[in-house]
Design a protein around this ligand. Sequence first.
Ligand code: SAM
Length: 288
Amino acid sequence: MTEYEFVRHPDLMEMESHYDDQWQKYSNHREIVTKTLASFANQKSSLCVLGCGACFDLELAELIRDFFKITLVDLSGDAIQFGLKKQSVRASNNVVVIDGVDLAGVDQFLTRYLQHPSRILLDKIIMEARDYSPDELEKYDVIASTCLLSQLLAKATECVDEKDHRFVELLVEIRKRHIEIMLDSLKSGGTGVLVTDFVSSDALPELFSVAAADLTSLLQTAIQEKNYLHGLNPKMVAAVFQDPIISERIRSLKVSAPWRWITADKIYACFSIVFEKAGDDQAEESSL
Ligand SMILES: C[S@@+](CC[C@H](N)C(=O)[O-])C[C@H]1O[C@@H](n2cnc3c(N)ncnc32)[C@H](O)[C@@H]1O
């Protein structure tokens, strides 16, 4: 089973046996993600988390206290149920679980392509990725994507040969559509929080030993050397927000400094992009 398959079809016994270690190692990452989300909360606001998985990166009690309602979305229902149980939280009117949702919309097509690649199928996958809209999502005050984008791109990378002339186009469409789906699912004036990993200690072992003060320069060098996960160069991810159709829908954008996400066996470098969706009036004005 590849790492990717493990994430998507978690082995719950394995997760159980490493839970305490994993929970403890995630603490800095969890604090950053939870505090970022909580800073946009109020007693009337709703939060949706895309790719919540087993919620290792969410202090659920804190978020449930600060938000009126939270919605947790992931492909894996097992992972969500496991995470809820571990944090002693039950699904309810205020904690809504949406599972079994493929947030890129091309998961099964990609699996089929891996088995039987064809030009026609790849054309279809790119078109589907571009137009996909998950019906299950509503409109939220705050929407987060927590280290999901790397998974969506990893699946494409696993299934399509990177030398294929449409490989880059596929990644670009999945990445752009992910950001658009976040915007589509926000109320006017709402806040999006895109958290993503972009390089791991497999490719950058210095992540294990780097001093906090040297992290940014280590990562700048890695980016210059093109040492990042496919489609996740932070500058290119931020550049998606300059697309004319996207930029007219947002009124502010902030890219964070990088931090380390420590897991049981590796370390990832992460960053976040926090964006505010324009009010309807503003979007209409700028499209005049
Ligand atoms: C790296 S994990 C995110 C970590 C998670 N937030 C946590 O703290 O436990 C990525 C999550 O993305 C989910 N995922 C992968 N592909 C997906 C897809 N196509 N649609 C929805 N969720 C997906 C996986 O099931 C997994 O839970």
